[in-house]
Design a protein around this ligand. Structure first.
Ligand code: SF4
Length: 369
């Protein structure tokens, strides 16, 4: 373990300084004004991979639509996914619903009250369980996330990689030393706000930071070096060809069921390939598609490839609008037949939703072309 810090800046000073800063700078966030555990739970799940500014509107919408654990447990998964649409990381929504069912069945409808028990709830990892346990019950367990890594690595000069198991253990141990036993919830809240407002990833406000004179990174001009990360793998590229099939004004969509991105969301019939097609390769590939076989196909439009970035993948999507003279049994039985104008009623990946919003696809469905 490599850790540098000034001998006079002990754990008490850190938490006292942080809590003093929080007193003056705490953000007024909707989930901080509630004691409803379910609401805190929803907010924590939303904030796992979402910025606060984006998360607030989703939080309000979600709570309004599913106001209680019971209502979420009884909800249709399509409705849950629709409310979550656009937020990404859809496993969170599925796990939240699964967790609600688990709480109804195993805990009589009430979330358990300890960190250890909260970890048993589907979708609640160490961070969220620590956040709920400390915010709601004052349990002194640190909620360690990117903010904690960044702030502690800079203040204490910790050079262990935050992607490594050793690094995760080291930062948890350090945060555990620092968290004040009687004020754990405020400490965890304060770190979140300090990371969002003061010690930001780029351009932290060292000039008026209360840690400035003790902070190892600030004193040694190492702000862009800390925290240390392992090498990132380059994103994997995937090539999607979506078919907007017109027949009598209707089109076809299907729910994704594979263990993959966008599970439970709806999409158009898809051909995924490893490399980008040349036009003649696309036409050749279309002749092999089971959902088009046996029908006369007339292509109405082919979009330019649309780039869509996910955390570890880059998707290139091409949308092909085409007309068929008769749907075969693969289409009729394996897909949902919907008027094109109703496609957006279903929960869609942001990629498809954005395409539908940007492109006047309905004109291709209004009359024969
Ligand atoms: S001095 Fe700068 S780098 Fe150090 S904790 Fe404060 S804002 Fe972060």
């Amino acid at each position: 373990m490599t850790r540098f810090f000034f001998f006079w800046f002990d754990t008490m000073d850190f938490s006292t300084t942080l809590l003093g800063w929080y007193l003056a700078h705490a953000r007024d966030l909707p989930w901080r004004n509630t004691t409803d555990l379910y609401h805190i739970w929803v907010s924590e799940v939303i904030l796992q991979q979402t910025r606060v500014a984006q998360g607030i509107s989703y939080y309000h919408r979600f709570i309004e639509r599913f106001p209680t654990i019971e209502s979420l447990a009884n909800a249709n998964i399509d409705d849950v996914m629709k409310v979550w649409q656009g937020l990404g990381y859809y496993t969170r929504a599925r796990n939240l619903k699964a967790g609600a069912i688990q709480v109804m069945e195993q805990y009589n409808g009430s979330l358990p009250k300890t960190y250890k028990e909260l970890l048993q709830i589907k979708g609640l990892g160490a961070y969220s369980a620590a956040a709920i346990a400390s915010f709601a019950f004052g349990e002194p367990v640190p909620a360690v996330d990117g903010n904690v890594y960044r702030i502690l690595s800079r203040v204490y000069g910790v050079f262990t990689s935050i992607d490594s198991t050793a690094g995760k253990k080291e930062f948890f141990a350090l945060a555990n030393e620092l968290i004040p036993k009687g004020n754990a919830g405020r400490f965890n809240q304060a770190i979140i706000d300090f990371g969002a407002l003061q010690c930001t990833p780029k351009l932290p406000r060292c000039i008026d930071c209360p840690f400035a004179q003790y902070c190892y990174a600030n004193q040694n001009n190492l702000i862009s070096t800390l925290p240390v990360r392992g090498k990132k793998k380059p994103p994997v590229e995937r090539f999607f060809y979506y078919f907007l099939i017109r027949h009598n004004g209707f089109t076809y969509i299907k729910r994704r069921e594979e263990k993959d991105i966008w599970h439970s969301l709806y999409e158009f019939p898809l051909l995924e390939v490893n490399t980008r097609f040349e036009p003649h390769e696309l036409i050749k590939a279309m002749n092999t598609l089971s959902f088009l076989s046996g029908s006369n196909v007339k292509i109405l439009d082919i979009s330019n490839p649309v780039r869509h970035m996910l955390s570890h993948r880059t998707l290139w999507a091409t949308f092909i609008i085409l007309e068929i003279d008769k749907p075969n049994y693969v289409l009729s039985e394996g897909f949902v037949r919907v008027p094109i104008g109703n496609v957006t009623d279903y929960s869609l990946p942001r990629l498809i939703d954005s395409y539908m919003a940007a492109e006047p696809v309905e004109k291709y469905f209004s009359s024969s072309k």
